[in-house]
Design a protein around this ligand. Structure first.
Ligand SMILES: Cc1cc2nc3c(=O)[nH]c(=O)nc-3n(C[C@H](O)[C@H](O)[C@H](O)COP(=O)(O)OP(=O)(O)OC[C@H]3O[C@@H](n4cnc5c(N)ncnc54)[C@H](O)[C@@H]3O)c2cc1C
Length: 438
């Protein structure tokens, strides 16, 4: 077989484009194949693009803190290669309000260990900074159809309120992927669009990956094939014949995000923060046009919407979920203007059994995994590029990554990451939040 490329990357979302950039900087001749018409048009297009550092494990926190610096110095990382300009990072900080029952000391310990700054706020400080809030406690979150939904608050917020200054959001996630595409192309990478992978080619003995077959029959050969197919990851694993050979599985979960205007007395455009409000049951952040983006952290009262076929799901927002998410946030922001017509998006997370991603080799030599991003790995895209690049290099040079997991020295912080945490064959990580919070 003639090798057309050194590496084929299936998917041109944030993960696939970042892997292309890192591999091409190392001299690999890469090609990304994506069935959509352009880069970043898969689930990355609808990400909330929130950058934050609070995760439930030390490695997850380190990964996110390292990722934060890529966004902060995005132009330095990407260079001046994109005619469309650069995605912009709004470094506004991230406020966390949790119910009293939640043990916040875990976040504090992890942030202390990694020397990540944070501030402890009391209710007075909260209302000074967010004067449009009420400081009541609404826990536990409920659905509007619950007859107790409008019961009076159960008291005042009674847990530690933490503000993490190292956090924010990216204004245009699709543009950020385009930035990566152009940066990778400047190093020799190729991107093929409207190119759907229908099969994984193996060598004549079937012992390693050798390429992909596209829907139109075209075959592309390379010794390295990377699955970065987002919510379609499980389908690509089935094509490669490895889906049943890994302990941790991935599946697609539908999620809605809604848009409402800022309250009249407080401009989110000028003063808005990122807010994770576990007490009220959702998160929100400033959105262009002085709007607020409202998301859900999947409180226990909500049913998770698992999707069998990621090519066939309801992309419209539903009135039921709009009411649940928007009216929960309206408890915290009593003056929230709520339009009569729901407005928002619906897209898919690619969720693992423990909501921690898989960045690993697979049981098919030459076939690698950057999957299971569980609704929280956009922010880590550039670091995913580095991790996969180092795992691929080590394995292709004969290193036994399963026995002796690759250790990656992160670039922006003083931390060496043991990639065992992202193994496809790990035991479920019990310390995980088992939620989008990672
Ligand atoms: C509503 C929502 C909100 C989110 N909010 C946040 C957030 O605030 N912060 C955060 O960090 N993360 C967030 N996430 C998660 C984050 O967006 C994802 O982790 C990330 O975008 C996944 O990127 P990806 O490149 O792995 O997948 P994708 O962007 O989905 O890219 C995969 C690509 O593979 C292609 N593909 C699939 N199958 C094939 C095939 N057979 N042949 C060729 N191409 C194929 C697809 O077309 C797609 O373009 C959110 C996700 C969603 C859905």
């Amino acid at each position: 077989m003639t090798q057309n490329y050194d590496a084929i990357i299936i998917g041109a979302g944030i993960s696939g484009a970042a892997i292309a950039y890192e591999l091409s900087k190392k001299g690999y001749k890469t090609v990304n194949v994506d069935k959509l018409a352009a880069a970043g048009h898969g689930s990355t297009a609808n990400t909330c693009a929130i950058i934050r550092t609070h995760y439930s494990t030390l490695d997850g926190t380190a990964l996110a803190y390292d990722g934060y610096f890529y966004w902060k110095k995005w132009g330095d990382y990407i260079g001046d290669t994109d005619e469309m300009g650069l995605a912009k990072f709004y470094d506004v900080g991230f406020l966390v309000i949790k119910p009293e029952s939640f043990d916040l000391s875990k976040y504090i310990k992890l942030h202390d260990e990694l020397k990540i700054p944070y501030e402890i706020w009391d209710r007075e400080k909260l209302l000074q900074r967010m004067p449009h809030f009420v400081d009541d406690s609404f826990y536990p979150p409920r659905r509007p159809e619950d007859p107790t939904f409008n019961d009076p608050p159960t008291g005042k917020i009674n847990s530690t309120i933490i503000f993490f200054p190292c956090g924010g959001y990216i204004n245009d996630a699709t543009l950020s992927v385009h930035n990566l595409q152009r940066a990778a192309e400047s190093k020799g990478a190729t991107f093929l669009f409207n190119a759907e992978v229908k099969d994984i080619i193996k060598d004549s003995g079937g012992s390693r990956a050798a390429g992909v077959t596209l829907k139109d029959g075209q075959q592309i050969y390379a010794l390295v094939v990377v699955n970065a197919a987002g919510p379609h990851s499980f389908i690509i694993n089935q094509l490669a014949g490895i889906a049943d050979k890994m302990k941790i599985k991935t599946r697609a979960l539908r999620h809605e995000v809604h848009f409402v205007p800022s309250p009249p007395e407080f401009s989110y455009e000028e003063r808005g923060l990122m807010v994770s409000d576990g007490d009220a049951g959702g998160y929100h952040r400033p959105e262009a046009g002085n709007m607020i983006l409202v998301g859900s952290e999947d409180p226990a009262c909500d049913t998770l919407d698992w999707i069998e076929n990621p090519d066939n799901f309801n992309r419209d927002v539903t009135t039921e979920q709009w009411n649940a998410q928007v009216y929960r946030i309206a408890k915290r922001i009593p003056n929230l203007p709520i339009p009569g017509q729901p407005k928002g998006i619906a897209d898919l997370y690619d969720v693992t059994d423990d909501w921690i991603p898989i960045y690993d080799r697979s049981d098919l030599p030459g076939f690698y995994l950057a999957i299971g991003t569980s609704g929280n790995q956009y922010k880590n895209g550039p670091v995913i590029g580095q991790l996969l690049c180092e795992i691929i290099e080590a394995c292709e040079n004969g290193h036994d990554h399963d026995k002796d997991p690759v250790q990656v020295k992160l670039r922006n912080i003083d931390f060496t990451l043991d990639t065992a945490i992202f193994s496809r064959n790990r035991e479920i990580i019990e310390g995980s939040s088992f939620s989008v919070l990672g």
